[in-house]
Write a protein that binds this ligand. Structure first.
Ligand SMILES: Nc1ncnc2c1ncn2[C@@H]1O[C@H](COP(=O)(O)OP(=O)(O)O)[C@@H](O)[C@H]1O
Ligand SMILES: [Mg+2]
Length: 221
C-alpha cells in the first residue's frame, strides 16, 4: 500500500481532450520527489489530482488508501498541504496575521495559542514586520513565503508544492531550501513541481519527468 496511488488516470478539462495517457504512479510518504516536464505537460493537473483538488475523469487516485472521490477536500487538506502555482489564489484574509491564524480559529484554539503559533511562523518565514499588511499587497517573495507558512499551519504530513521558487532570488531560494530540509528532517514527504533542476537536485531523491501525458522517466538518485 502506498501513500498516494495513481492508477490508469486521465483528466479532461474539456471533453475529448485528454491531459494524460493512462498515467500510473505510486508515491510513498517519506519520498522527496521532483515533478518536472515542459509547460503544459500536466504537472499542475497531476499535483491537483494527488491533492484531491481535481478528481480523475478516468482511473482512480487513492490517498492513504482511500479514493479521493470519497474524501471531503478539507480532510485531505489537513494531511496533504498544497501550495498553488500562484500563491495569491489561496489568500483570502485581510491581514497576514489572519491568513495564518484563520484555520486554528475555526478549529477553536484559544487566541493566545494561535498568537504563539502565528508568531513562530512569522519568525521562521521572516514576515514579522508585515503582520498587519494585506497578503495581496506583498512582494512576490513575501507572498510565496506567506503561502507556504499558511500551508504549514495545518501541520501537514505531506506537501505538494507547485513551482515554489517562482519569483525568488538566490537568497530566498536558499532560505526556502533550508526550510524544506528542516521539514524533510521532520519526516514530511514532498512533491516539488519545478523547472528549476538545480533547486530540486539539491533536495529531491526521486525525479519524475512527464511529457505528452506520459511519464518519460522516473529515477531515484
Ligand atoms: N483550467 C483549464 N482549462 C482548460 N485546459 C486547461 C486548464 N488548465 C490546464 N489546462 C490544459 O491542460 C494541460 C496541462 O496543463 P497543466 O497541468 O497546467 O500543465 P503544467 O503545469 O505542466 O504547465 C495543458 O494543455 C493546459 O493547456
Ligand atoms: Mg503548472
Amino acid at each position: 500500500m502506498h501513500y498516494i496511488e495513481i492508477r490508469d488516470v486521465d483528466f479532461e478539462y474539456e471533453k475529448g481532450k485528454s491531459v494524460f495517457q493512462n498515467l500510473s504512479l505510486n508515491i510513498d510518504k517519506n519520498e522527496t520527489i521532483a515533478l518536472m516536464g515542459p509547460n503544459g505537460s500536466g504537472k499542475t493537473t497531476l499535483g491537483k489530482l494527488m491533492a484531491g483538488i481535481l478528481k480523475p475523469t478516468k482511473g482512480q487516485v487513492n490517498v492513504f488508501s482511500r479514493d479521493t472521490r470519497g474524501i471531503p477536500l478539507h480532510e485531505i487538506g489537513l494531511r496533504i498541504g498544497y501550495l498553488f502555482q500562484n500563491p495569491e489564489k489561496q489568500f483570502f484574509a485581510n491581514t497576514v496575521y489572519d491568513e495564518l491564524g484563520f484555520v486554528m480559529k475555526i478549529k477553536g484554539y484559544d487566541e493566545e495559542y494561535i498568537k504563539e503559533k502565528v508568531e513562530e511562523k512569522l519568525e521562521l518565514f521572516q514576515l514579522k514586520g508585515l503582520v498587519n499588511h494585506s497578503p495581496f499587497l506583498l512582494s512576490q517573495g513575501e507572498k510565496q513565503r506567506l503561502a507556504i507558512a499558511a500551508v504549514l499551519m495545518n501541520e501537514p504530513e505531506y506537501l505538494i508544492l507547485d513551482e515554489p521558487t517562482t519569483g525568488l532570488d538566490k537568497k530566498r531560494k536558499d532560505m526556502l531550501l533550508n526550510l524544506l530540509f528542516m521539514l524533510k528532517n521532520q519526516g514530511i514527504g514532498m512533491t516539488i513541481i519545478s523547472h528549476d533542476r538545480r533547486f530540486v537536485e539539491r533536495i529531491c531523491s526521486r525525479f519524475i519527468y512527464i511529457s505528452r501525458g506520459e511519464i518519460q522517466y522516473d529515477e531515484r538518485a
